[in-house]
Design a protein around this ligand. Structure first.
Ligand code: 5RP
Length: 298
């Protein structure tokens, strides 16, 4: 008869239960390594498959743009209401406490300002993204602009470096001043970036044809907000984008330049994660804005 020692060593392999082989929730992302998938699961909510990224990297080309004069004061109140902080290393180190639990999408491309040719960028080192515990890096690409070759090379080099350490790359389709943001151009640019290895793409919403842009791009797309428009219009744009297949937003000015940025972040969140109708999300925005005003008066 086996004694208590033998009982302790008895193993239970449960052979009757087959081991599950799960797929991955993001489009075009089923063949990635564990670290890469884990980082992408911090960027995109595995339940909704979507994300609300807050873009506040504008200063890297524009200096202290409206709404971002004081990143320490302007961004921190928004942090609880968004999923991802998208910014430069300078903003991160100087203004965002390292105690944050929010994932960071670190802008890695830089080197130009609005005073000169914007498409002349280079890229920083992937080690810096690892050091900053980033969940992804962002590289701007100027398809059809003077810096096309340089910026697409930046993307290829960053994807190669990121693949070595499990860091996803967000390719950003930057649009030059003179260029149309139509489905033909955005379809071309997003597809090029995906084929060069970007793990997800940031682009602009366009009408008509955004659905086709999404369908022709084999990896997830998030939309930039673009220049400030009325809050209800921005919520409608976000709704149309996710309705046509975008996996969320990487929105800046339409959040931090809103009359009440904290309320706007929550309204955008309702649209993106809860499929809220834009009008309802706008009601939420108005209510939260009213409550905030009420609190200030007291
Ligand atoms: C510029 C960027 C910016 O981060 C982003 O597009 C700005 O966001 P928004 O347009 O919503 O203000 O990547 O190409």
């Amino acid at each position: 008869m086996p004694g208590p020692e033998a009982e302790k060593d008895k193993k239970d392999f449960r052979p009757q239960i087959p081991m599950k082989t799960e797929g991955f929730f993001l489009r075009g992302s089923a063949s990635l390594d564990w670290g890469m998938s884990n980082r992408l699961s911090r960027i995109f909510n595995p339940k909704s498959g979507r994300t609300v990224m807050l873009a506040f990297d504008h200063g890297y080309i524009m200096g202290p743009t409206t709404g971002l004069e004081r990143m320490d004061l302007d961004i921190l109140p928004l942090e609880p209401h968004i999923d991802v902080l998208m910014c430069t290393r300078g903003a991160l180190r100087s203004c965002i406490p390292a105690t944050t639990s929010k994932p960071v999408c670190l802008r890695l491309s830089a080197g130009a300002t609005i005073l000169r040719e914007l498409s002349m960028e280079m890229v920083g080192d992937i080690d810096e993204a690892v050091r900053l515990n980033a969940a992804a890096v962002a590289v701007q690409c100027y398809v059809g602009e003077p810096g096309e070759h340089a910026t697409l090379s930046n993307l290829v080099r960053t994807v190669d470096a990121g693949n070595r350490v499990g860091m996803p790359t967000m390719g950003v389709t930057a649009v030059g001043k003179e260029m149309a943001r139509d489905a033909r151009y955005l379809g071309l640019a997003t597809r090029v970036l995906a084929e060069l290895g970007a793990h997800f793409i940031k682009t602009y919403f366009c009408e008509p044809g955004f659905e086709d842009v999404v369908a022709g791009c084999p990896v997830p797309i998030v939309i930039a907000g673009g220049k400030k428009i009325p809050e209800l219009e921005a919520l409608k744009m976000a709704r149309r984008a996710v309705g046509q297949g975008a996996c969320g937003v990487d929105m800046g000015r339409n959040i931090f330049c809103a009359e009440d940025p904290v309320a706007m972040a929550q309204a955008v969140r309702a649209v993106v994660h809860e499929n809220e109708k834009p009008e309802k999300a706008f009601d939420l925005y108005q209510t939260l804005k009213g409550e905030a005003k009420g609190k200030k008066k007291r």
